[in-house]
Ligand binder design. Structure first.
Ligand SMILES: N[C@@H](CCC(=O)N[C@@H](CS)C(=O)NCC(=O)O)C(=O)O
Length: 215
C-alpha cells in the first residue's frame, strides 16, 4: 500500500497541485479516482462524512491524517520534507500571499472558466464566461509581470507557490479557447522551467480519468 493516497481526477487542476508536489518530492503515492462528473461522488453524504465535509477534491490521506485544500496539502508536504519550502519567514509569507491570490483569482477563475467552456454540457452562459475571462486576464497579467522580474514566484528557487500557480496551466489551450503561453511570455518561460524539474508530469498522466467518456 502506498504511503500517500490522493483523492483526485485527471481534469482537476486543484488536485494537480497536490499530485505534482507528490511526484516532485518523489513520494510513494497513489491516486484514488473520484467520479466527479459521472456519479458525482463529491455530492454524496458518504463522501462528505468519510472523505471531505467540504465536498471537494483534492484530499490527501497520510497515516492518520486527512488533509484538504491544496494550499494546506502543499504546506504540509513542504514542511514534512523540506522540499519546495520557502526559506525565510518573509518568503513563507510571500508564498502564502501568492497561494491565496492563486486560489481566489488565478486558477480560482481558470478552473470554472474551463469547466463552463469545455466540460459543461450545455456549454456555460456566454456572459458568465466573458466575466470570468476579464478576471483571468487581470490575474494572468499580474502574474506575468511578477515573473518578468523573478525566476520563480518567490525568488530564484521553486516553492509551493509555483506548484500552486501552475494548477490549470498545462491543460491543452483548446480546452480554454485561448493560449496562456502565447499571450504571456514570462508565464510561458516559467512553465517551461517548472516542466524541467525532475519528477514533473502532465495532469493527464499523473491522475486517472482522462479522457472523459464520449470525448
Ligand atoms: N481551494 C480548493 C479548491 C478545490 C476545488 O474547488 N476542487 C473542485 C474540483 S477541481 C471541487 O471539488 N469542486 C466541488 C465544489 O466546488 O463543490 C483547493 O485548492 O483545494
Amino acid at each position: 500500500m502506498a504511503e500517500y493516497k490522493l483523492y483526485c481526477f485527471a481534469q482537476s487542476g486543484n488536485a494537480y497541485r497536490a499530485a505534482l508536489m507528490l511526484n516532485l518530492i518523489g513520494a510513494d503515492w497513489e491516486p484514488v479516482w473520484v467520479d466527479f462528473f459521472g456519479k458525482r461522488e463529491q455530492l454524496t453524504p458518504e463522501y462528505r462524512s468519510a472523505v471531505n465535509e467540504m465536498g471537494e477534491v483534492p484530499v490527501l490521506k497520510h497515516g492518520a491524517k486527512t488533509l484538504t485544500q491544496s494550499g494546506v496539502i502543499l504546506t504540509y508536504l513542504s514542511e514534512l520534507t523540506g522540499k519546495f519550502h520557502p526559506q525565510t519567514e518573509d518568503e513563507r509569507l510571500e508564498a502564502l500571499r501568492w497561494i491565496i491570490f492563486d486560489n481566489q483569482k488565478v486558477n480560482g477563475f481558470l478552473g470554472p472558466f474551463r469547466f463552463l467552456n469545455f466540460i459543461a454540457n450545455p456549454r456555460g452562459n456566454q456572459a458568465v464566461l466573458d466575466f470570468l475571462k476579464g478576471r483571468i486576464d487581470n490575474a494572468l497579467g499580474i502574474l506575468d509581470k511578477r515573473l518578468a522580474k523573478s525566476t520563480f514566484v518567490v525568488g530564484d528557487h521553486p516553492t509551493i507557490a509555483d506548484i500552486s500557480l501552475v494548477a490549470y496551466m498545462y491543460y491543452p489551450p483548446e480546452e480554454f479557447g485561448f493560449d496562456i503561453a502565447k499571450t504571456y511570455p514570462h508565464i510561458a518561460a516559467w512553465l517551461e522551467r517548472m516542466k524541467a524539474l525532475p519528477g514533473w508530469g502532465h495532469p493527464y498522466d499523473l491522475m486517472p480519468g482522462h479522457p472523459l467518456p464520449g470525448r
